[in-house]
Write a new protein. Structure first.
Length: 321
């Protein structure tokens, strides 16, 4: 293939998940760069064992996925490929994806990025894994943004300055937004791309992940006010305004049943939306509970960002594993 591809893998204490990721790429003849964000397990040794180049980030600067991806791309500058496949260390790449994605970029010079379908390896192990699996299922075609597994044209990547290392969550949305503003098209191919292992089995993990999402809503919304607008409004309404009205309802009782009715209506609309997407009724009723509840940790994440910005603090990662 004349169109040259390299892969950048990022991780932090991914253990066996990283081993699965490396194995999915090591036999494809790609140049591999693994970027480690302060792992205390054998991640670095595992990457070197399959011949990957290793970049170990300095802990003096806050770790972020965006910083790691950009550091991985920077390691390729001595022999820059035409495109880079970015992969999170908890994902395994599906056979055939690399060749298909490279072909799509080579055939269409206007494409800055292609992605595909991600799926959970073990959605049956917990409702939290199942929620992630549903989150990954999105239609193919031209898209606004995608997750961190993506193949990016190097000219597009360099043209927008890569990822913003200060963005700790939804950094992929922020990067994609700059690509679109620069005139590049982004496409999700109707192909399986990666198998993800969320490994979420506890409520606390799901909560922390939702906190991180809220931080992303606020930070990316600050950088691109037109983005995540609907998400931020819903979080403020269902996470702050209605609870405040419920407290007032203790003094002015007609407010309380009105607030409860609005929550029930929102929940039923969520169930209806999940059913339209093909989810079974019983599963939709269950998942809608968590999607409704998520507004509260989302609000914590949004307020965390505001407080950090007000205090001038570094934007540090929020981990859930």
């Amino acid at each position: 293939m004349s169109f040259r591809i390299a892969a950048v893998i990022i991780g932090r204490n991914e253990g066996a998940r990283l081993g699965r990721c490396l194995a999915s790429l090591s036999r494809q003849g790609l140049r591999l760069v693994y970027v480690d964000s302060g792992s205390s397990d054998d991640s670095v040794a595992a990457a070197r064992a399959v011949g990957a180049e290793v970049v170990e980030l300095d802990a003096a600067t806050p770790f972020t996925a965006a910083r790691a991806r950009s550091a991985g791309a920077a390691a390729l500058t001595d022999d820059m490929p035409d495109a880079v496949q970015f992969v999170d260390g908890d994902c395994a790449v599906v056979p055939g994806w690399i060749a298909a994605a490279a072909r799509a970029l080579e055939d269409d010079p206007g494409l800055g990025l292609v992605t595909g379908w991600r799926a959970e390896l073990y959605p049956e192990r917990s409702v939290y894994n199942a929620l992630c699996d549903h989150e990954w299922h999105r239609p193919a075609g031209e898209i606004m943004a995608c997750g961190g597994d993506m193949m990016v044209r190097v000219a597009a990547f360099e043209g927008v300055g890569g990822f913003d290392p200060t963005v700790i969550a939804a950094e992929d949305d922020e990067f994609c937004t700059r690509l679109r503003k620069a005139g590049w098209r982004l496409v999700r191919l109707p192909l399986d791309m990666t198998r993800h292992d969320a490994d979420m089995t506890r409520f606390g993990q799901w909560w922390q992940r939702a906190v991180r999402s809220g931080h992303g809503f606020a930070q990316v919304g600050d950088l691109h006010p037109e983005y995540f607008t609907r998400e931020r409004r819903r979080v403020w309404l269902y996470g702050a305004v209605l609870p405040g009205m419920a407290v007032l309802g203790l003094l002015f009782w007609p407010l309380l049943p009105m607030v409860l009715a609005l929550y029930v209506l929102s929940y039923l609309r969520t169930v209806q939306g999940l059913r339209r997407e093909g989810m079974a009724t019983r599963t939709a009723l269950h998942h809608a509970v968590f999607l409704s509840l998520s507004k509260f940790p989302n609000l914590i994440g949004m307020l965390t960002y505001r407080l950090r910005k007000w205090r001038g603090q570094a934007m540090r990662i929020i981990e859930y594993k």
